[in-house]
Ligand binder design. Structure first.
Ligand SMILES: [Zn+2]
Length: 166
């Protein structure tokens, strides 16, 4: 099987209603590696390119990845398996972004080649839990740690508290 290209000619693929599937090593995704224990593992994906009924240029498909992150309770490695659907509308400017049907995520891209690796890395980062953790039953942290972790402020609790400030 031919290796999957890291960069693609997006307009051409949309024109030809092309499909691409394959696997990329996590080692190619530096932003993802900032939260993983090591660079082992890979991302599997399949993507279809084309136009929808309204003529919107779109990329649809799915991915799945398994990786090791650090549990935010005990700081030991925790295995995360994640899969997600991809439904992107390719737009060339921010004005068109606001006109998109809600089921699309916008992908700003005006011309030239597109990094498939970065596209997938973005999707994975968006889908990952903010604070990866073992389930309570599996987490080796002691009960004191558990209590601590429940009161610790995550970005979400900070935001939630902000809403009540008048
Ligand atoms: Zn843990």
């Amino acid at each position: 099987m031919a290796p999957v290209p890291q960069f693609i000619d997006l307009p051409l693929l949309i024109e030809q209603r092309g499909t691409i599937s394959g696997e990329f090593a996590l080692a190619l995704m530096p932003r993802l590696l900032e939260i993983t224990v090591d660079d082992s593992g890979s991302v599997w994906f399949e993507l279809a390119f084309g136009r929808d009924d309204q003529g919107i240029h779109c990329i649809t498909g799915q991915y799945s990845v398994s990786l090791q992150a650090y549990c935010q309770r005990c700081l030991n490695p925790v295995s995360l398996c994640q899969s997600g659907k991809i439904c992107l509308a390719v737009v060339t400017d921010r004005i068109r972004m606001q006109e998109l049907p809600v089921h699309y995520e916008p992908l700003l891209h005006d011309s030239g080649s597109l990094s498939l690796v970065m596209l997938l890395e973005d999707e994975i980062l968006l889908g990952l839990p903010i604070a990866p953790a073992h389930s309570i039953a599996e987490c080796p942290s002691d009960s004191l740690m558990r209590e601590y972790s429940t009161v610790r402020d995550t970005p979400f609790t900070v935001l939630k508290n902000l809403k009540f400030i008048k």
